[in-house]
Ligand binder design. Structure first.
Ligand code: NAD
Ligand code: 3PG
Length: 389
């Protein structure tokens, strides 16, 4: 029986994906965490923990280095809530261009008589503009940014994209009408609207700061539906005060953003749709089951891709440092245990490597001694033995 600990509100439909081999929230020694935005940085991860899956995109709440040192794989569920964010950003583009925040609360602020008599007179206060022909800069063209860029094209906008690290797979998703900018400043210099869709990491902190804001034309509107810190909020407030920026929309609150008519803070609702939550939880549950039952890895944050069909009776998986001579040390332990290797594969990502070894036969005593011997190899962080179900 595998033990899963969940944090945050995880969609029941996703939890229902787990088979009867999984128990939820009943053990102090979980094999897996299924999480959303809980901040794990202050936690010591339990030794039992083999995998953390973030239902959603951002993994800045996960101590990835600690997880790697603990031999814990970290995954997210790429794209599971991207459509939800796209629809929200498109809604905010329309809200912003048509002054809808003020216009839709108009009737609530007036008496019945006012509303019937004054609407024709008052409508001039709510004049808007159209998105057709306006320019949108999309910074980051991954799962969310590509959808936003493509949707904005269908509204007749000129779309300029900036993503120097765009993967080949992601590039296939972007309509050819999206113009490519060579630099961030080039992307924003003619933009009426700028929207940021990059991961939060040390390179993207303050990605939009005073210089980038100054590069935007006067009157631009800014959207941060990525993470707090990617836009330098102090610089955004200064640009608003100087009437250089017209409006700042963000999913992440901070005291300096409160009580301003030119700032809209939504309460981190980018991925909060029923569909996105079910997608994320279902994808997360499947990722946990695949990893625990086969050891196969696809698109982990801290492990290399490695997928080997599991046809043998037993599988050893070994997470270790990416240093010379590891495979020979591992295989020599199997040879010493007189075990014949049916299949073996190894891959590396940055400082971490991963080895899968399948064997056809194994007795219990043999296996315990072998696990101890493999764990004793310096630079090995986690050894697992998986029996083929
Ligand atoms: N508000 C929400 O509820 C919500 C929901 C989903 C995702 N997000 C956040 O949105 C962001 C994007 O998510 P995603 O799923 O599209 O991620 P993704 O990994 O699919 O795409 C991110 C893209 O940013 C690009 N990138 C990285 N550094 C860059 C830089 N310095 N300049 C320009 N581009 C850069 C990458 O190459 C990649 O194509 C993340 O921060 C995620 O946490 C927020
Ligand atoms: O990174 C994400 O997927 C979003 O920020 C959504 O976060 P949530 O799952 O806590 O709503």
């Amino acid at each position: 029986m595998y033990q899963v600990k969940t944090y945050n509100a995880i969609a029941q439909a996703g939890l229902n994906t787990f088979t009867q081999n999984y128990t939820l929230n009943q053990s102090e020694h979980p094999d897996a965490y299924l999480i959303r935005s809980v901040n794990l940085h202050q936690q010591t991860l339990p030794e039992s923990l083999k995998v953390i899956v973030r239902a959603g995109a951002g993994v800045n709440n996960v101590p990835v280095d600690q997880a790697t040192a603990n031999g814990t794989a970290v995954f997210n569920t790429p794209g599971s809530n991207a459509n939800a964010v796209k629809e929200l950003v498109i809604a905010l583009l329309i809200i912003s261009s048509r002054n809808l925040m003020a216009a839709t609360s108009y009737s609530a602020k007036h008496t019945e008589a006012d509303v019937s008599q004054r609407t024709e007179h008052d409508k001039t206060k709510f004049n808007g503009t159209e998105l057709l022909g306006k320019t949108l800069a999309v910074i980051g063209l991954g799962h969310v940014g590509s959808l936003v860029a493509n949707a904005a094209l269908t509204l007749g906008m000129n779309v300029i994209g900036y993503d120097p690290y765009l993967s080949a797979d992601a590039a296939w998703n972007i309509a050819k009408q999206v113009q490519r900018a060579a630099t961030l400043k080039d992307a924003v210099k003619h933009a009426d609207y700028v929207t940021v869709h990059v991961p939060k990491n040390e390179d993207t902190l303050n990605l939009i700061g005073p210089d980038e804001l100054a590069a935007m034309p006067a009157g631009a509107n800014l959207f941060n539906y990525s993470r707090i810190g990617i836009v330098n909020n102090a610089a955004a407030v200064a640009a608003l005060d100087a009437h250089h920026l017209t409006h700042y929309y963000t999913d992440f609150g901070e005291p300096q953003l409160a009580n301003r008519d030119d700032v809209t803070v939504t309460p981190h609702i980018g991925g909060s749709t029923i569909e996105a939550e079910v997608n994320g939880a279902t994808q997360a549950a499947k990722t946990i089951m695949t990893y625990l039952e086969t050891g196969n890895v696809k698109s982990a944050i801290n492990l290399p891709d490695l997928t080997v069909p599991f046809n043998a009776a037993y599988r050893f998986t070994v997470i270790h440092d990416n240093v010379p001579n590891m495979v020979s040390q591992i295989t020599s332990k199997l040879a010493a245990a007189n075990l014949n290797i049916a299949t073996m594969a190894n891959a590396a990502k940055h400082q971490t490597a991963y080895t899968i070894i399948d064997v056809d036969a194994l007795d219990h005593q043999n296996s315990q001694q072998l696990i101890t011997a493999l764990n004793a190899i310096p630079a090995v962080t986690r050894v697992r033995l998986i029996a083929n179900a």
